[in-house]
Write a protein that binds this ligand. Structure first.
Ligand SMILES: NC(=O)c1ccc[n+]([C@@H]2O[C@H](COP(=O)([O-])OP(=O)(O)OC[C@H]3O[C@@H](n4cnc5c(N)ncnc54)[C@H](OP(=O)(O)O)[C@@H]3O)[C@@H](O)[C@H]2O)c1
Length: 276
């Protein structure tokens, strides 16, 4: 019998790369996509040697509206069906809302929301027909907390992904499809280099930090168990739980204070910032 195949976006780095290793370790074949093809090919080779599973490599820029269909077509052209989808590709725009161009914001929305929604829309009918599917949307604790100053659409998009995943969770139930929103907090990856906050976030205490491997393991287990939301790490379970019971003005006050104190450098520095 052929192994299941999972399509993973943003597999060239960080959480996506760790999720590729996690699915491979659990016997899945992979379709890996991101813009940096050389990295995907190196990962595919490493995974083949370590776990003996096969990977398709598809280079694509998912901020382009035509890309999701092309990625699915490329998998199907190899005669493979998609049993799992990990929507993970993403980045954060530095600065406040008006410090960026509309083009940057529009590309951000297309990548972080448009491509996620379209990929699910394209793969879910096949999953329904076969009575099996796994959909993991990488959101963030930012989607469970108040918005903050800067990275303005980020929390809004992540919040939308959580609601989207909850709806998919209900819609998938009768078809054997599991859907989960994975909500990591600060995770060692290239994310904070890309969004130019490495200096700022390196002041965060070490207990705020997760490894990409921790996040990937939590995400894989959660989607297998059909948990609608997964928040890796005790600290973030506490923070998001507290946010649910606090009145909104109190949680907004705490958000303003904590981001302010990090910016002023009043918190202890974290242990060395790693990157994958
Ligand atoms: N790190 C954190 O603290 C953290 C916390 C919560 C949630 N998250 C979420 O986790 C996800 C993964 O982030 P990460 O931390 O692993 O960051 P990362 O190391 O920077 O990885 C981001 C991935 O997204 C891909 N990507 C970016 N722009 C793309 C585009 N236009 N088209 C296709 N692929 C693109 C990158 O590949 P290429 O550059 O090769 O295209 C890379 O593989 C994101 O959705 C992020 O919002 C991260």
């Amino acid at each position: 019998m052929r192994r299941h195949l999972v399509l993973i976006t943003g597999a060239s780095s960080g959480i996506g790369k760790a999720l590729a290793r996690e699915f491979a370790a659990n016997g899945w074949d992979l379709a890996l996509t991101a813009r940096r093809k050389d990295r995907l090919e190196a990962l595919a080779e490493e995974i083949k040697a370590q776990y003996g599973v096969d990977s398709l490599v598809i280079a694509a820029d998912l901020s382009k509206a035509s890309a999701p269909k092309k990625v699915i077509d490329a998998v199907e052209a190899e005669g493979r069906q998609i049993d799992g989808l990990v929507n993970n590709a993403g980045f954060g725009l530095p600065g406040t809302y008006t410090q960026t161009s509309w083009k940057q914001q529009a590309d951000f929305l297309q990548l972080m929301l448009g491509s996620y929604a379209e990929l699910v829309h394209r793969v879910m009918p096949g999953m329904q027909a076969r009575g099996y599917g796994r959909i993991l949307n990488v959101a963030s604790v930012a989607g469970l907390m108040p918005g903050s100053k800067g990275h303005t659409l980020y929390a809004a998009v992540k919040s939308a992904l959580i609601k989207f995943s909850q709806s998919l969770h209900f819609e998938g139930k009768e078809y054997g499809i599991h859907a989960t929103a994975l909500c990591p907090g600060f995770t060692y990856s290239e994310f904070h280099d890309v969004n130019e906050t490495r200096d700022l976030v390196s002041k965060m205490p070490s207990y705020w930090w997760l490894t990409a491997e921790q996040v990937a393991e939590a995400g894989y287990n959660a989607v297998q168990r059909n948990q609608p939301i997964s928040v890796p790490g005790l600290w973030y379970k506490f923070l998001t739980g507290l946010n649910q019971v606090l009145p909104t003005p109190a949680s907004m006050w705490m958000m303003e204070r904590s981001t302010g104190s990090v910016r002023r450098g009043e918190v202890e520095p974290a242990s060395p910032a790693a990157g994958d």
